[in-house]
Design a protein around this ligand. Sequence first.
Ligand SMILES: [Zn+2]
Length: 282
Amino acid sequence: MNLGNWQLDTVSGGRMRLDGGTMFGMVPKPMWEKLQPADERNRIRAATNCVLARDGDHTVLIDTGYGGKFSDRQRAHASLEAGEPMVESLAVIGVSPEDIDTVVLSHLHFDHAGGGTRSDDGENLRPTFPKARYVVHGVEWEDATGGAAELHGAYPLENLLPIEEAGQLDLIEADVEILPGLRSRVTGGHTRGHQALIFESGGQTAVYPADLCPMIAHVRQMWYTAFDTHPLQTRRYKPQLLGEAVEGNWWILWDHDPDVAASRLARDEKHEFVAVETMATL
Ligand SMILES: [Zn+2]
């Protein structure tokens, strides 16, 4: 997709299968399974549609997928792909890890930040993108690395500390211009420091809401994941952001939708919002 000066491409950080119940929170299964059918283990298909953004000056990666640091048991649990999905997806379009100058992480859960670090030949972990600054909201970093008991398990430190140790961590405040034509918008909801990313160029806008609204199936106010740490904020802010996208005719870039990478939305009396124009890949 061309959006003004930006060329946006979908790069997969790996497909997976996630428990349908946790992905739809309090929504009863008979409702969600009409939109996202579950397999025999109650799992639904999920993509990690990360975004490669190039404008001639910068090569930016929004989220990194889950990476390759897993045991066989962990892989089987969520049907994770072998190898390093993001590195392989980039290679297909001729981009090497060294080409990336900016990595922006919406939040630090494993399926967004995991691909940002890798093992070298020995035992050491290092950033996958050696020349990139890794942009993270300061509040998210604080929650992820602060050791709070209630967040135990949500943020494997092997995905995070090597970035800081390599001096590549760039903590930002809320709602900043990261690069010309790319800004962050802190949404909260899914996590306290969760941020959406907004591309703007040539009078066009695209928003990557990340896990504030991971699939088209999540556009309704009450349809959000059981992982959300601040559900009331999701209920409050998601309709606001999607409404803004409708009024501005923005593209929405869906991070986990298994079939659709982007769509525009219209308001709908019954379903709150419906997708009116869709792209399987950018
Ligand atoms: Zn996610």
